[in-house]
Ligand binder design. Structure first.
Ligand SMILES: NC(=O)c1ccc[n+]([C@@H]2O[C@H](COP(=O)([O-])OP(=O)(O)OC[C@H]3O[C@@H](n4cnc5c(N)ncnc54)[C@H](O)[C@@H]3O)[C@@H](O)[C@H]2O)c1
Length: 233
């Protein structure tokens, strides 16, 4: 089957790397028209740039059927080493970035008549992983999780569904630095994973295909763990 997203207009942020890239490739293979956004088109933490970009997309396509908010930036450090500036940068890079894009896309999502917003929470919104200096990231992802439930409620009258995927440890540009910095870290991640491997962007992308498709038409306000079972025990 390669037509699960036929006819859909999908905007994917963070498309130059990792999970966003993986989602965009699968969406295109499943028949969607994919509009990819990354830093070279827009700084998604700059309100005016985001408004202008989505106004252009809306004017060109008339609607947005799927918004995947995969762009993110986070600083990982322990409480005592994390500066206030790094804390704020992480909340901007994980929370404001989702708020700004979703708000700018909202009129065009309403115009769809059957839209899907896919945000990324994290296993870190549910558990503290030993060895991971993820304090600000945990706060950001807990925020995305709660924010998305509210979006589901606000979107329902317009048939805009909003869900989070909560990835476990996925090999991307964002995470390879953690593996390199701490040779023992991979073993700690695998100890939590029931399935004994690290994730690939495609593992997340297939869940996003489903949430974007009409197969998930009754699914909103959900948080779907795609984490090799890491948070199930
Ligand atoms: N990789 C994992 O293990 C993992 C686990 C849980 C959650 N997540 C979440 O999944 C999402 C994708 O993560 P990833 O690992 O693919 O990240 P990544 O760092 O590989 O890719 C993120 C992309 O976002 C872009 N980006 C960042 N800030 C931007 C900005 N201001 N404007 C425009 N583009 C910007 C980057 O250029 C990059 O291409 C994030 O929300 C992340 O928190 C990832």
């Amino acid at each position: 089957m390669a037509d699960r997203l036929n006819g859909k207009i999908a905007v994917v942020t963070g498309v130059a790397s990792g999970i966003g890239q993986g989602c965009a490739a699968l969406f295109a293979a499943e028949g969607a028209t994919v509009i990819g956004i990354d830093r070279d088109q827009c700084d998604l933490t700059e309100e005016a740039e985001v408004q202008a970009l989505f106004a252009r997309i809306g004017a060109e396509h008339g609607r947005i059927d799927v918004l995947v908010n995969a762009a993110a930036f986070a600083v990982f450090d322990w409480l005592e080493d994390l500066s206030y500036a790094q804390w704020k940068a992480t909340l901007t890079g994980e929370l404001d970035i989702v708020f700004l894009a979703t708000r700018a896309a909202w009129p065009w999502l309403k115009a769809s008549g059957a839209a899907s917003v896919i945000n990324f929470a994290s296993a870190n919104a549910r558990h503290a992983l030993e060895g991971s200096p993820a304090l600000a990231h945990c706060a950001g992802k807990g925020g995305v999780l709660a924010m998305t439930r509210q979006l589901a409620m606000e979107g329902a009258p317009h048939n805009i569904r909003a869900n989070t995927i909560a990835p476990g440890f996925i090999k991307t540009r964002a995470t390879t630095a953690h593996l390199a910095a701490d040779p023992g870290f991979e073993a700690q991640v695998l100890a939590k994973n029931m399935l004994k491997r690290l994730g690939e962007p495609e593992d997340i992308g297939w869940c996003a295909v489903w949430l974007a498709s009409d197969e998930a038409r009754f699914v909103t306000g959900a948080d779907i763990a795609v984490d090799a079972g890491a948070t199930a025990w």
